[in-house]
Each structure stands twice: as structure tokens, then as C-alpha cells.
Ligand binder design. Sequence first.
Ligand code: VG1
Ligand code: CO
Length: 541
Amino acid sequence: MIQTFPTTPFDGQKPGTSGLRKKVRVFQQPDYAENFIQSVFDVAERPAGSTLVIGGDGRFHNRTVIARAIEMAAANGYARVLVGQGGILSTPAASHVIRKYGASGGLILSASHNPGGPDEDFGIKYNIANGGPAPEAVTEAIYARTQTIDRWMMVEGEVDLDRIGTSQVGDMVVEVIDPVADYAELMEELFDFDAIRTAVRGGLSMAFDAMHAVTGPYAHEILERRLGFPAGTVHNGQPLEDFGGHHPDPNLVHARVLYDLMMSDDAPALGAASDGDGDRNLIIGKGVFITPSDSLAMLAANAHLAPAYAGGLKGIARSMPTSAAADRVAEALGIPLWETPTGWKFFGTLLDAGKATICGEESAGTGSDHVREKDGLWAVLLWLNILAVTGKPVAQIASEHWARFGRNYYARHDYEAIATDKANALMAALEASLSGLPGQSFGALTVSAADQFAYTDPVDGSESHKQGVRVMFACGSRIVFRLSGTGTEGATLRVYLERYEAPDGRLAEETPAMLADLIAAAEAIAGIAAHTGRTAPDVVT
Ligand code: VG1
Ligand code: CO
């Protein structure tokens, strides 16, 4: 029996860079999650008989929202729900399941790399039938609906999320599926598992930090069981509702233990980590950290060594703040390079249209057309495939890459939890100053151009404005300023710094030293200290 509950709108249910993210306490308010999910169902394209995929990263509050989402799907006319056992599906696995089973879309319950637990973060993201994040037109429609919503609907029912099998809620079939099996099978199709297994027997070693988040079960199955890495290769492999009290953010700050291991004499050949929902990756070779922007470029340059990409790449896409390292690879390969706004939702049309094969973001996101999300383990497996086939250490692959293409020194400085009005004032002042910047010098750096990045999707023509302020210098260096769209507390200012050294330039320097004059210029241009009172970033990645 369908029950209908009257409700009134909540303010601020606007999806950000990657879905709706708020504190758990906000999501726990009566009707809060229900209003958002009902708004999704009210605007989503879902023909009669549609299948919905539901899964999450296992964080606190997952099971509560999943149980309710299933009841609501039954009342809203879905024919079938596929849900991961235990409510678990990594973001890339959810994307694959949507595609494989022809679902009309999916709900992914995650706040990704944000911390979890009763006082931390929760999130809901809707993905469309191609398996990718809903594009802006859809998220805008969802948001508009949240502002007028006056009822939500459900059919009472109970599903044992821990038991694989089929049950019924109202007229709807609910299948609890193995969250790992379909994904692991896909990875076996893409990569040369035999070559990797042989290399492992020959001594190829690695450490993978699952950060007590969703990739634990995937990494145990793929790395230890299927590829033969010894037990213990996967660290922190058990998903916990609060990620063990840590930030499941695979960067040099939050994955410090792994970093220290990789810089030690006992380092294995490859160190890797993934985030809360399994879509990000951190890559560290023995003694050498590979920036995500460099990793994108190096993977693209060597992708032909993996079976799935042996026929070549159709194009490479990167988000605007990501370094231009991949641009040089695209040029060498004679394929197009697409520059999109931040967020994976902008890659979907390019992948669907066959304009790009590999995509990446500076925020530790890399992926390909095998799904429509970034994919942490995919990146790790492509690195393993390359290491296995070439027999070279990561450091050698990196130094040879830089010797051929030059090196983009790169860092991102994050200033977190700034008062929103101060962050907005900083950005407003920066925007107002843009037209006067060209020609100005900051130390040895002279501004050649400055603008607000705007994007017109080359496939569907949709436009996105105000996607970040770019300041370009005559020497080819660049600073980008933008505010995060994934935080739940105040505002986060991201400052992206990039300096290019040609193949005959200084290729083996320390990054902070190489970026010192850019850091000073960023302060002079944006007045970060004056606006925010902060004299140093909270996180440098
Ligand atoms: C951040 C990253 C962006 C990424 C997004 C979602 O967004 O910068 O590159 O796509 O997180 O990643 P923002 O707006 O905070 O800069 V995840 O792993 O949270 O799904
Ligand atoms: Co993520």
C-alpha cells in the first residue's frame, strides 16, 4: 500500500560538485533525506519498468537511508532495485552496475573523502542511465523540485541487506547483489592479470591503503585473491562507519603512514590508496610521489600496454585546474585534449560521444570509458599493468616521462572552513581585479592573461560559468583560484599552482622550492591573509 506523507521544503538542498553533502545531523532531520530522494524521483528520467541501483560507501547513516530509499522506490513505480550487500557499492562499481544491468539510474550514498560518523558528513548523489553523475541540467531540476516539494511516498517493507538474494517490497523486486563480483570481472577484462600475476611471483610488491573505507573488499578480492599479492598487502581493509576516525582522503596529509612507508628503505614498488567511496587514487612509487596530474599524463602515455587500451586512445579530458602535463601527451599522440570544469559530471558527454577515453582531475581522480565515474582501483591496476609489462620502477617511468615531455611542478593549497562571507569577498575582489592584471609583474612573474573559466560542452552545447579564476603568466606558469563545492562547513578556498619546465629544464627539483614565487604571487594577487586571516594553507597536496 502506498503511503503519502505531506512535507515542506528545506533550504539548501542544492547538489554541489558531487551530490548533496551535509552533516549527518542535518540528514537525520525528519523528511530531509526523503524530500531529496523524492525530488530525484520526481524529475529523473525513468521509463516504466525501470531499475534503480542503490549503494554507498558504508559510512554512518548509510543503512537508514538505504532502507528508506528502497521503500520510496517501491512507491514511485520502480520495477526493480539492485542494492549492494551490506549497502556497499563503491562509486565506480555502482556506475558499472547501472550500465551492466540497464538501470535508469542510481543513488550513491557517500560524502566521498569527507569524514564519517554521527557528527561528520553524509551525502546523496544521483547518477543517470549512462552510469555517470547527473549533469547540471538534472541537478538544477532536482534542486528546483526540492524547493516546491509537498509530499513524499513509500511502501512499507523490510529487506535483509546482508543476505544476497531476491525479495519484494510492494510490487517491486529487490535484489541484494555481491558488490564486488561484477566490478572485479570488469577489471579482469581491461587489464593483463596474467602479466601482473607473473610479475608478483617475480617480486613486484605493493601496499594498498583502503583507509577503512569502501575499497577494502574490492582490494582484498582483486589484489590479494586474484592477483596473488600476499595477505597483508591491503592495509585498513575493513570498511568502518567512521573510517576509524580518519579522513578517508588519499593525500599526503591523510595517508601519511603510507607516504612514510614509501619513502623508507622498506618501501614496496608501489604504494596506493583510495578514498571513502573508492573513486580516487593516490600513487606513490618507492621514494617518489606522483602528483595526480602527472599520473594522468603517465597513464595516458603508457595505456597502450594494457589490453583495453592497446588500440589507442580517442582523446584525453582533464578538469581545468589539473596541470597541463596530459596536454603534452595528447599532442604527442595526436589526439584531442578536452579541458572541462571541476567534477566528473562534465566528462560524461565526452565519454558517451567517444571523444575521450581517459579522464582525470588533479584531486586524485582518474578513469576511463569503462565506467562513467573516476575509479581508484582502476588507476592502481593500470599502474600495476604498466609496471608488470615494462619491468621498470615508478621512479624510472616518471623520470623518462619528464625527460620526454617536460615536467609540470604542481601543488594545491587548501584553506579550509573559512567563513563563507570572507571567502566570497575574496573571490569577488579577485574577479573585480582580473581585467587589470595582465601586464602586472609579481617578482619575476608577469601576468599574460586572467579570466573566469567558462565552458561550453562540445557535445550538448550546455554552458557553465564561473568555474574558477585563472591567472596565466608569460613564462607558462599558472595559478587557479576556486571555492570548493563539496564541503559542509563554511567555505574552502583552493589555490592551484603550476610551473612548467621543458625537457631541457630543471626536472629533478623539490616542488615547494619550484613553486615559491608562485605562492608569493598568489598571496599578492588574492590577498588571502588580509581576507581570511590565514597565513598558511591547512592542506597541501
Ligand atoms: C572536489 C575535487 C573535484 C572532485 C570532487 C568530487 O571538488 O576538487 O575534482 O571531482 O571533489 O570528488 P571541490 O568542489 O571540493 O573542489 V569525490 O571523490 O568527493 O566524489
Ligand atoms: Co570520492
